[in-house]
Design a protein around this ligand. Structure first.
Ligand SMILES: C[S@@+](CC[C@H](N)C(=O)[O-])C[C@H]1O[C@@H](n2cnc3c(N)ncnc32)[C@H](O)[C@@H]1O
Length: 355
């Protein structure tokens, strides 16, 4: 066997296998090093700090600090010199990098317990892990009712990626001076608000579940844009309900990854019908095969499993070719593609193949 021309030594491969075998334990150690303030204590002491000093500062036992810091040595979060501990570069990112922090909170608060049901979810095609929070079919129905910490970690994760992308998107979207935009899965109205602020005449419509839509309406009201905003509460999985029509732009941001391939095709068809003659349907997504960095691909592969075990049991972060296939099946054609938007997004603009 050539193992796909794998040049890794057997010793290295075996060590990597152990990182997976003990992964969840080490994740919790990293989380504790962060949340108990141990990494921060180390960072604050440029000349290094001993176990006893950390234990004293944080009112924790030397034993507790010792086992966590030793795990930190193995994870290369800290290093030791003459009985004192210092942060490594990875430790610095774990403590200070917003992207890492958002991802860790999402993993810890939203996913950790439910992931135990991943295997069961794969077998049943249902998000079995969602049971740890309550009885719902999908996490989207649950969002408005989740405990505040979990809700915050979910929204921080969702918004972190789209917030960075939106400023780059606006000039592309407003190039043709759209009058009416339909934001499908518009969530708490962040994108709609950006559009309403950017352009003084555009009208925005948001479709979403009642829980998210209520928050969107409140946010739009607070910003004083009610006269150019309409919200329709609905379950978009009911494909018998048509979208409202007459839009220059149909906008789907970080939305289609919430649905199975069959549902994506139906949603695209309904979006197509909502378009005016020359209107465009715009899809903003992160595709795992389009990433510049290994860390991004790794994160997207992991995020797919959140969809499996927690969100809905049937969707994922798609491969770019999956999306092209679904666009074609819905009777749409790609007219423009913008890559490397925000942290990791691709924007695909489509039009009706047979207007
Ligand atoms: C991942 S969020 C994306 C939000 C926003 N578009 C963005 O870019 O940040 C997906 C949105 O789709 C909505 N959604 C998911 N399933 C839905 C359904 N069956 N009916 C209505 N909305 C749904 C969720 O409530 C959520 O607001």
């Amino acid at each position: 066997m050539d193992y796909g021309n794998d040049e890794k030594s057997a010793v290295q491969a075996r060590a990597d296998a152990q990182k997976i075998a003990f992964g969840p334990i080490m994740f919790q150690a990293a989380q504790s090093l962060r949340s108990l303030g141990i990494l921060e204590n180390i960072q604050d002491n440029e000349n290094g700090i001993t176990l006893e000093e950390i234990a004293n500062n944080l009112h924790l036992s030397v034993y507790g600090i010792k086992v966590l810091i030793e795990a930190g040595l193995s994870m290369e979060l800290v290093y030791e010199k003459e009985d004192s501990f210092f942060l490594t570069k990875t430790g610095w990112f774990l403590l200070n990098d917003e992207l890492t922090s958002v991802n860790m909170n999402f993993t810890h608060d939203v996913n950790y317990l439910g992931m135990f049901s991943l295997e069961e979810s794969v077998k049943s095609g249902k998000p079995e892990g969602l049971k740890v929070f309550g009885k719902w079919d999908t996490i989207y129905e649950a969002l408005a009712e989740l405990p505040p910490t979990i809700r915050k970690s979910w929204f921080d994760f969702d918004h972190f990626y789209s917030d960075v992308a939106f400023p780059e998107i606006l000039p592309i979207i407003f190039k043709f001076n759209p009058k009416n935009i339909l934001d499908v899965g518009g969530n708490t109205g962040k994108f709609s608000l950006k559009c309403l602020e950017t352009n003084s005449t555009v009208n925005m419509t948001v479709l979403d579940l009642p829980g998210q839509l209520n928050e969107a309406i409140q946010n739009i009201q607070a910003a004083g844009y009610t006269n150019r905003f309409t919200g329709h509460p609905l379950n978009l999985l009911d494909h018998s309900i048509p979208f409202p029509e007459g839009y220059d732009i149909v906008w789907m941001s970080q939305f289609l990854d919430c649905f199975s391939k069959a549902d994506v095709v139906e949603l695209l068809k309904r979006g197509k019908k909502a378009l005016n003659q020359n209107g465009t349907l715009n899809i903003l997504e992160t595709y795992w095969d389009k990433q510049k960095f290994d860390g991004s691909t790794y994160s997207l592969h992991a995020t797919s499993l959140y969809f499996t075990a927690l969100a809905n049991g049937c969707s994922q972060m798609y491969h770019y070719n999956d999306m092209l296939e679904m666009i074609d099946q819905a009777g749409l054609m790609v007219v423009e593609v913008h890559e490397n938007i925000g942290i990791s997004h691709t924007l695909i603009s489509c039009q009706n193949k047979h207007p």
